[in-house]
Design a binder for this molecule. Sequence first.
Ligand SMILES: [Zn+2]
Ligand SMILES: [Zn+2]
Length: 265
Amino acid sequence: MNVIRKAYRSWQANPLFQKTWSWPSLCRVCHAWATQTVCAACLSAAPKPLHRCARCAMPLAASPPTALLQSAFMREPSVCIACLLSPPPWQRCCAALPYAPPWSGLISAYKYQGEAGLVRFLALQMKAHEDIQQLIAQADLLLPVPLSAQRLQQRGFNQSLLLARALSPRQTLPDALLRLRDTPSQAGLPREERLHNLTHAMACNPRYLSTLLGQRVVLVDDVLTTGSTLRACTEALRSAGVSSVDCIVLARATGHEPPQSTLGH
Ligand SMILES: [Zn+2]
Ligand SMILES: [Zn+2]
């Protein structure tokens, strides 16, 4: 039985399988037969949405540590200490999932093992999030974080573009942002080097400057770690005169995950 299940799992990962929606699927976590992408039992056992900072999507501590910060929290109750002290350039950021098992394994399969068909299931996790629905409803445009030409050629698809199209094809503008140079992979770099790595790496496509002017923009990314990529995109968009920038991401990493290749574009 295990041999059949194993053979079926490798067929399930085949791109041809992903074009044939009528095949029964195995749960991607427990490998039970005849279920959805992730079965109900695994979904209920997965980490639940946390109360997160409205600016950076980090999990919020139950209570702030000092009286001074307590008063700041009273004014802005959903913002973490780091964002109070040094706000990010965007306005709001929402994450659908924590970057933790089983989600991290599914995202890794989606990005690094060519399983683009997982986008439907992953986008559903984003659509189920009330704050993400609200940001999309208020936006004029959804802009995916771009990949370099070299990375795009290696992978064959931009994971953020597929997510944006699955969320709202009508609002998605695929190539309004350009990655000017192929920066070294963000994976494994210390925070300071990640921030420096992307300085001046993003720009707005000159073809879309008039389209972007005055627009409410939502950036779409797969995994948020330090925020350096979203920061570089936001700064390029602000220079182009957009009216606001918010961010929606599939998963939020805390920076304490074990070093692995799943973080980074
Ligand atoms: Zn399962
Ligand atoms: Zn924050």
